[in-house]
Design a protein around this ligand. Structure first.
Ligand code: ZN
Ligand code: ZN
Length: 333
């Protein structure tokens, strides 16, 4: 893992607040980007099995996917910081927070260890020694359905613990560290007390995987890729980028009902929430809708989203600047 310093937005001057429409980073774009990163990592496992008849032992697969997941997390933390500088941030006249000095070591260790711990859970639930890996495009729709199910069930347990930690007096002390940040940045997803770490790194993924696996059984490789994508969604939710960025693991099926989670939803949870809050889900707004705790978006309103403008495009001129330059031109004439 590279230096944490590089991944923190506070090591550069903040970008000017923007007023123009928000670009999009949709579920489809995210799935394509994630697939381009992770699918090639299956090739060594498949090739040794297909050409040499050698099936990787579980420990080798776990080490491999642990390193892959760490690299993907690093890539996204870096990429999303760049997107923040490019497009600015929500509540843009406030700087994004950096990791408090006393939590730097903890967050560094969590970044190293969490992917491996989660892979242990995946192995526990899904691993079968007689399974052989097959690569087929036709498996992708079913894979997405498994990703959706794991995310939704994980989110149910996340929602339940998260809301309880906010609303039950004696539990709040285990969650308030995470709320030290009002304007989080990617690595602050891991700013938490040890009780919260335990529930988020182990309990919620375990229960989500277990229930989804009972409905749609998955392979170790599928489980590993699913948890890697969920980690990316967790990092994304703490970026505060001023863009329409939805949680790609659930948004494809939930956006038609307005229940997709966007970066702004969890950003508002941090900005406005303390003991009383809303937007408790971290993979979707489904459970917030069911239990009546959905918050109101401020900047990410439908009329402010430009569906033709992608976060990969160049930043268009600001509308106010355009208006000013027209005024200046008129004065010159
Ligand atoms: Zn909270
Ligand atoms: Zn958070």
């Amino acid at each position: 893992m590279r230096s944490l310093f590089k991944f923190q937005p506070s090591h550069r001057p903040p970008p000017e607040p923007r007023k123009g429409k928000l670009p999009v980073f949709t579920a489809g774009q995210q799935l394509r980007l994630f697939s381009a990163g992770i699918l090639p990592t299956l090739i060594p496992i498949w090739a040794t099995q297909h050409f040499l008849g050698y099936v990787w032992p579980l420990w080798a697969k776990a080490v491999w996917f642990g390193l892959v997941s760490q690299s993907i997390n690093d890539y996204y933390a870096d990429f999303l910081n760049e997107m923040g500088y490019k497009w600015g941030y929500l509540d843009g006249d406030k700087p994004r927070d950096k990791i408090p000095d006393e939590y730097v070591d903890t967050i560094f260790v969590l970044g190293l260890v969490t992917p491996f711990v989660r892979l242990g859970l995946v192995a526990w639930i899904t691993y079968r020694p007689d399974h052989s890996l097959s690569l087929s495009i036709s498996d992708l729709p079913l894979f997405y359905l498994k990703l959706f199910l794991v995310s939704l069930f994980l989110d149910l347990f996340f929602y339940s613990y998260h809301r309880a930690f906010h609303e039950v007096d004696f539990l709040w002390k285990y969650h308030k560290t995470h709320h030290l940040t009002k304007h989080p940045s990617p690595l602050l997803a891991s700013l938490s007390d040890v009780e919260q770490d335990f529930i988020e790194a182990l309990v919620c993924p375990y229960l989500g995987l277990l229930i989804a696996h009972m409905i749609l059984p998955m392979t170790f490789e599928e489980g590993a890729m699913i948890l890697s994508f969920i980690s990316v969604a967790e990092i994304m939710g703490h970026t505060g980028i001023r863009a329409y960025i939805e949680a790609g693991n659930t948004a494809l099926l939930l956006r038609p009902f307005g229940l997709e989670l966007t970066v702004e939803d969890h950003d508002i949870h941090h900005r406005e929430g303390w003991k009383k809050s809303n937007n408790y889900g971290k993979q979707s707004r489904f459970w917030d809708f069911v239990f009546g705790t959905m918050g109101t978006r401020i900047e990410c309103k439908p009329e402010m989203i430009d569906w033709k403008l992608s976060i990969f495009d160049d930043v268009p001129p600001e509308p106010i600047q355009e208006a000013r330059s027209v005024e200046q031109e008129k004065k010159k004439l």
